[in-house]
Ligand binder design. Structure first.
Ligand SMILES: [Zn+2]
Length: 299
């Protein structure tokens, strides 16, 4: 098994991360977070989400965050756009890409967006058409790929089916989300083994949550299967809405440290990244969720 020479990190802290933190932070702080993350070498970053502030108050004013950030060329600044209204607002901010999401479990989409997976794909179809008219690439998230908080086990064949449908709709990449962090390495590897029979590896990314402490092991198992795009969140920002007090997104610092040890290039300055992770943790008044960050900074 050969590991990839380089890995693209998709930094989700400013969106997926902050969205799941209790505190609401200032636009200027969010913009500073994005700018400082990019300054560490991150080239693909979620800036915000264009959803109703009624549902996700932490993501209100994502348009202002886009206005305040300094856009560096060569960096992909992404916006989550769950529906047409979200896409229309996002387009005014000129994101480099938008992201849509669904899940591999009907129980999950029913609870979260009040429709079946297939119905969610219908909505996504409309969003895709307008994104295409505007020449914006679309990334697709599939949630609950390793398990669902409502239905439990998720069939890998269902993950394959949903991923293929998103690709058929025009997504350029599918991010496979272990939303509740229940996956373990062999299960994760088996999922990739199945998917790569039908989907080019270059179109797949992984998004692991560390709820059960398995994220790095799972990422490693997927790297061995040829995955080379990994989502992560600075300082492990973002809790788990399905397990109070539990951790959510794997910390970017921990992922970068592991990549360095494996000789895999990420282009990210780990020391600088760790400083950003500590700064935003302090801003939020929360403990730094990165073990690597804490270790490096306590030296
Ligand atoms: Zn996440």
């Amino acid at each position: 098994m050969t590991l990839p020479k380089s890995v693209r990190i998709v930094e989700v802290g400013a969106r997926d991360g902050l969205q799941n933190e209790k505190q609401i932070i200032e636009v200027a702080t969010k913009a500073q977070l994005v700018n400082e993350l990019v300054a560490t070498g991150i080239e693909h970053i979620e800036v915000g989400s264009f959803v109703s502030p009624k549902w996700v108050p932490q993501m209100a004013a994502s348009d202002e965050v886009f206005e305040q950030i300094l856009r560096r060329s060569g960096v992909c600044y992404s916006a989550l756009t769950p529906n047409m209204r979200g896409l229309e607002s996002a387009l005014e901010c000129n994101p480099d890409e938008v992201a849509v999401f669904t899940a591999a479990s009907d129980a999950f989409t029913q609870k979260n967006i009040n429709c079946t997976v297939d119905e969610s794909l219908e909505r996504i179809k409309d969003v895709m058409a307008v994104a295409e008219e505007n020449d914006i690439k679309v990334r697709g998230y599939v949630s609950t790929v390793m398990g669902c908080p409502y239905q439990g086990e998720v069939d890998p064949e269902k993950v394959l089916e949903v991923a293929q449908k998103l690709l058929a709709l025009g997504c350029y990449e599918i991010s496979l989300g272990d939303t509740i962090g229940v996956g373990t390495p062999e299960k994760a590897a088996d999922l990739i083994k199945l998917l790569k029979k039908h989907i080019p590896l270059s179109k797949l990314a992984v998004h692991f949550h560390d709820t059960y402490g398995q994220a790095l092991a799972n990422i490693y198992a997927c790297l061995q299967q040829g995955i080379s795009v990994v989502d992560s969140s600075v300082a492990g920002l973002g809790g788990c809405p399905y397990a109070a007090g539990a951790s959510g997104n794997v910390a970017t610092e921990d992922v970068v440290y592991m990549m360095q040890g494996l000789g895999i290039e990420t282009g990210i300055d780990l020391t600088e990244l760790s400083k950003v992770g500590q700064w935003i943790s302090d801003e939020l008044g929360r403990p730094n969720g990165s073990k690597t960050g804490r270790a490096l900074l306590s030296k």
